[in-house]
Design a protein around this ligand. Structure first.
Ligand SMILES: [Ca+2]
Length: 399
């Protein structure tokens, strides 16, 4: 289903609900929960934080496979094959021709409920020598409680081995939303982990938890001594930035070496952020988002001197941004200096045009495609690849 963006206000509200349009990117299974009540329309506002470019879509997709189940993340192996996580707990290999392997053995038990399960996967910086991969999952902890966990393991042909959990979000919480959970290695080999606020929004401002935080750790899970220092005595070691809601996309900017992320707003207020050490990204105090049911603005406002503003945001309708990737390939002319953002509720591939760290325009591709896009990665062949909630792996090619 596509979400027309230019609708009369009341229809707009209904369209948001019909799209399962929760900014939190709830899986389709949860989209049937009580929809937001249509209310008086918010005041007219620009659709995004930057002009929507009038450029027509210049790409289409070629299907690699449709044989996946709720795939969440994709990592390219040096031989051109791919590792794919499936949310319900399977890790599979997909060869370039689209052949999908049986689930690899050795994956730990995951809390595969709601948004939880087996989530991100990346290769370690030394993969060529040590075959080490890193992945995230919602780790069960008692009855109906779970936490985002980061593990490392050695990749074999049919199984992973030497699985070690190197980091756990604290505390474990009930419920099954907002795990965050993307992994990015920077140029120095530090591992950034995005952690959602688990639906407890005030905790994003509480440095005594790692809910709604980005943490920076070493590949063995230890905390680097040069992480930011916070004045609060109770601050949990490892925090790099805070005030995040549910960051489900992250990538290293190839021009600057700084981690960027996408995060879901509530009703409007999805963001792209550049993650700087020690900074507060505002949620839920400073946000462009509105309350799901009442439509009233949340928090204290949209800017504050002590809060890092987003580089880009979406209002009044959330696109529900998930995986992101900087495009550095040569297969799509004119796509240089772009950040690609997969949209769940929005069911589009968003191209943010960059000049330095500034988003100067937005183009929406695949608008009639009707797929929730969970992850975007650039392949070794220079093409973007997409994972959809319907189970497809797709290569983006010029039209
Ligand atoms: Ca923010």
């Amino acid at each position: 289903m596509t979400c027309p963006r230019l609708l009369p206000p009341l229809l707009m509200c209904l369209a948001v609900s019909a799209c399962g349009g929760s900014g939190s990117g709830d899986p389709p299974a949860q989209a049937g929960a009580s929809p937001p009540t249509p209310v008086a329309a918010p005041a007219p506002a620009p659709a995004t934080g930057a002009p929507v470019a009038a450029m027509p879509a210049a790409v289409t997709v070629k299907q690699v496979t449709a044989g996946l189940s709720a795939p969440w993340s994709l990592a390219f192996l040096p031989d051109g094959s791919m590792l794919v996580t499936e949310r319900r707990g399977s890790l599979r290999r997909v060869d370039p021709a689209g052949q999908v392997s049986a689930p690899l053995g050795g994956v730990p038990a995951v809390y595969a409920v709601g948004q939880g399960g087996l989530l991100d996967v990346v290769l370690g910086p030394g993969f060529g020598a040590d075959r080490t991969i890193f992945f995230t999952f919602s780790e069960p902890d008692g009855i109906d409680s779970s936490r985002t966990a980061v593990a490392r393991a050695v990749l074999g042909d049919t199984a992973i081995s030497d699985v070690q959990v190197i980091y756990r979000q604290t505390p474990s919480r009930p419920g099954s939303i907002h795990y965050g959970s993307r992994l990015v290695f920077d140029r120095d080999g530090y591992l950034f982990v995005t952690l959602g606020e688990r639906g407890e929004q005030e905790r994003a401002q509480d440095l005594a938890t790692t809910q709604g935080k980005v943490v920076r750790i070493r590949p063995d899970g230890s905390i680097p001594p040069d992480n930011p220092v916070f004045p609060q005595q109770a601050a949990v070691p490892g925090i790099w930035s805070y005030g995040h809601r549910n960051p489900q996309g992250a990538a290293l900017n190839p021009a600057t070496g700084v981690v960027w992320l996408s995060e879901h707003g509530p009703r409007g207020g999805d963001e792209v952020n550049r993650i700087l050490p020690g900074r507060n990204y505002g949620w839920p105090r400073i946000t462009h988002g509105r309350d799901y049911s009442s439509g009233v603005p949340l928090g204290e406002g949209t800017t504050a001197p002590d809060v890092e503003p987003p580089l880009h945001y979406w209002v009044p309708v959330s696109i529900a941004p998930a995986g992101i990737a900087f495009y550095t390939g040569d297969k799509l002319p004119g796509w240089e200096n772009s950040l690609l953002v997969g949209a769940l509720a929005g069911e589009v591939l968003v191209q943010l045009h960059l000049q330095g760290d500034t988003v100067v325009a937005e183009t929406r591709h695949l608008e009639t495609f009707g797929e929730r896009i969970r992850d975007v990665r650039q392949g070794l062949d220079g093409h973007p690849y997409l994972l959809t909630d319907s189970g497809r792996l797709l290569r983006v090619v010029p039209r």
